[in-house]
Design a protein around this ligand. Structure first.
Ligand code: PEP
Ligand code: MG
Length: 559
């Protein structure tokens, strides 16, 4: 419950996954400096001691290297200050106390070490002796380094939290989101990020309310504070008053009502009022997401982001492992279709340990996606030739099942959009990745919250590119869909239908809303909207026009 003595404090960010969450926050300021406490079993003590010893050795090596560099560049005298640091990693009293406390407290070693080192440093700092006070500072410095080394080897500790909590982090990587204890995370809030960052996309898939772009909120709050997170409006409310809680209680019950009504659409078709069927499918990241596909009434999977198979591991998935994983997903979704995307590593999805695409100045413009695949023929040989080869192999065994497999191209960069007429001759369909297409067309990094206001899906340039792609597809008799976040934004559905999109693929949790939007519109009115908006000058004019139509047809959903 809220503490009545304290006034509530509100922080505004961008709401990226709708819903309301309430509870204690767990603050992760900096991945490396955050030290969580978790219980270990007596059988794990040996392992913790091993990790501790390795971290001490690593720290010693790092200090020696640093000492050497400083000795070479500045001189041996200055390098001598690190002797005191070396004494800390060899300090028997400190080390023995950590080992003793590990057994008595049964907590993870980074927590125990931090506690022991902090006590030790505090005791020394109180002694009236300048030499010992200096030692206290050395201990603090070395403690940080040892903990960094411990955390470099260990899974991030916040991922192992077992109490329900709202995760408040400076930033979360897609690997963090993929491995966190999802049952325990009630909500997510981050300093960085934007609507199309992969953490936001994952939060929507997992149906966890989330806010990003809160700037420096992690510096202002502490673990354990009570908050209310409004993922629809991007509000993080600390110590909410009883009035706020009542207000949100009412909103939540209205929201639940709308969700219940939308559930009733599950078995209905996504057909417009003038009879055009739009294929409505769902995006998934992990095989576990499949349950949500049918549950939300989607017709199959329009985008399977297979790169998540490559994250959080040290070896590449084998061909057999991939086959089994894809097969399981295909069988579960059958007879509806499954679109498997060849991995798109790079950008904000880095797979250290398997495919090392880190250390680039501009990773979004770097070695990513098909560029990585085509240089690693072990991972993927030239896509079309291997696909044809496999189809031939199947034919030789008397099976024609491969013939039904279509091959499409993701259109995510302006050059592909502009030459869509050429690409359309090579493939069976286009799937437009608007998240990337917009960032590349407008030169606005999709994960940079500082410029998030410039990331405008209704920019006239984006509208023109989308039209170019759709027209090129249809002129070449292939179908075209949108699988970026635009497809889940009900304000923009009139635009996408008017442009002639045949398929829309969104996070499963957004599918029911999109279906209601499709069922409420006519292709004729959407076509007219596109004709009008193509004449408009600014993103906001185009957005207003879309909102006007959306409001007339399904205003209750927008509210
Ligand atoms: C996109 O860019 O729109 C897309 C669907 O791919 P991702 O979000 O995985 O980059
Ligand atoms: Mg993309």
């Amino acid at each position: 419950m809220s503490d009545n003595a304290r006034p509530e404090i509100r922080f505004q960010g961008a709401g990226v996954s709708p819903g309301i969450a309430q509870g204690a926050i767990h603050v992760v300021r900096d991945d490396l400096d955050d030290v969580a406490r978790y219980h270990i079993e007596p059988s794990q003590i040996t392992n913790e001691i091993g990790r501790f010893e390795t971290a001490l050795i690593q720290t010693r090596v790092q200090i020696l290297e640093m000492q050497q560099k400083i000795a070479e560049s500045i001189g041996a005298k200055d390098a001598g200050i690190f002797d005191a640091h070396l004494l800390v990693v060899e300090d028997r009293t400190l080390i023995d106390e950590v080992l003793r406390k590990l057994e008595s407290d049964l907590c993870n070693v980074e927590w125990v070490f931090q506690e022991v080192a902090a006590n030790y440093a505090e005791t020394l700092s109180k002694i009236d002796d300048p030499y010992l006070r200096e030692r206290a500072l050395d201990i603090q410095d070395v403690t940080k380094r040892v903990i960094r080394n411990l955390q470099g080897k260990a899974p991030k500790t916040f991922l192992a939290l077992t109490e329900p909590h709202i995760l408040l982090a400076h930033n979360l990587t897609p690997s963090d989101t993929a491995t966190m204890n999802k049952e325990r995370v009630l909500g997510i809030a981050t300093d960085l990020g934007s609507r199309t960052s992969h953490t936001a996309i994952m939060a929507r898939s997992l149906n966890i309310p989330a806010i990003v772009g809160l700037h420096n909120v992690t510096e202002k709050l502490e673990t354990g504070q009570h908050v209310l997170l409004d993922g629809t409006n991007g509000l993080l409310i600390v110590d909410p008053t009883p009035e706020t809680l009542t207000y949100y209680g009412e909103i939540e019950s209205r929201r639940v009502k709308v969700v219940t009504q939308l559930k009733e659409l599950r078995e209905t078709k996504s057909t417009t009022r003038d009879g055009r069927h739009i294929v409505l499918s769902a995006n998934i990241e992990l095989p576990d997401d499949i349950d949500a596909v049918a549950a939300n009434g989607a017709e199959g999977i329009g985008l399977y982001r297979t790169e998540f198979l490559y994250l959080n591991r040290n070896t590449l998935p084998t061909e057999e492992e991939q086959y089994q994983t894809y097969r399981k997903v295909a069988e579960r979704v059958s007879p509806d279709p499954l679109i498997i995307r060849t991995f798109d590593l790079g950008g904000d999805k880095l797979a250290a340990g398997t495919v090392d695409v880190s250390d680039e100045l501009n990773p979004f413009l770097g070695w990513r996606a098909i560029r990585v695949c085509l240089e690693n023929t072990d991972i993927l040989r030239r896509a079309m030739s291997i696909l044809n080869e496999c189809k031939e192999e199947l034919r030789c065994t008397g099976s024609t099942s491969g013939d039904a497999t279509e091959a499409g191209a993701m259109i995510e960069i302006p050059s592909a959009a502009i030459s869509a007429d050429l690409l359309a001759r090579e493939v069976d369909f286009f799937s437009i990745g608007t998240n990337d297409l917009i960032q590349y067309a407008l030169a606005v990094d999709r994960v940079n919250e500082r410029i998030a206001h410039l990331y405008e899906p209704t920019h006239p340039a984006v509208l023109r590119l989308l039209k170019m792609i759709a027209d090129a597809a249809h002129a070449n008799d292939i179908w075209v869909g949108v699988c970026g976040e635009m497809a889940g934004d009900i304000a923009l559905i009139p635009l996408l239908l008017g442009l002639g999109m045949d398929e829309l693929s969104a996070s499963a949790t957004l599918v029911p809303r999109v279906k209601r939007a499709v069922q409420s519109l006519t292709i004729a009115e959407c076509g007219q909207l596109v004709d009008e908006t193509l004449k408009l000058q600014t993103p906001s004019e185009i957005l207003d026009r879309c909102l006007e139509l959306a409001n007339q047809r399904y205003g209750d959903l927008l509210g």
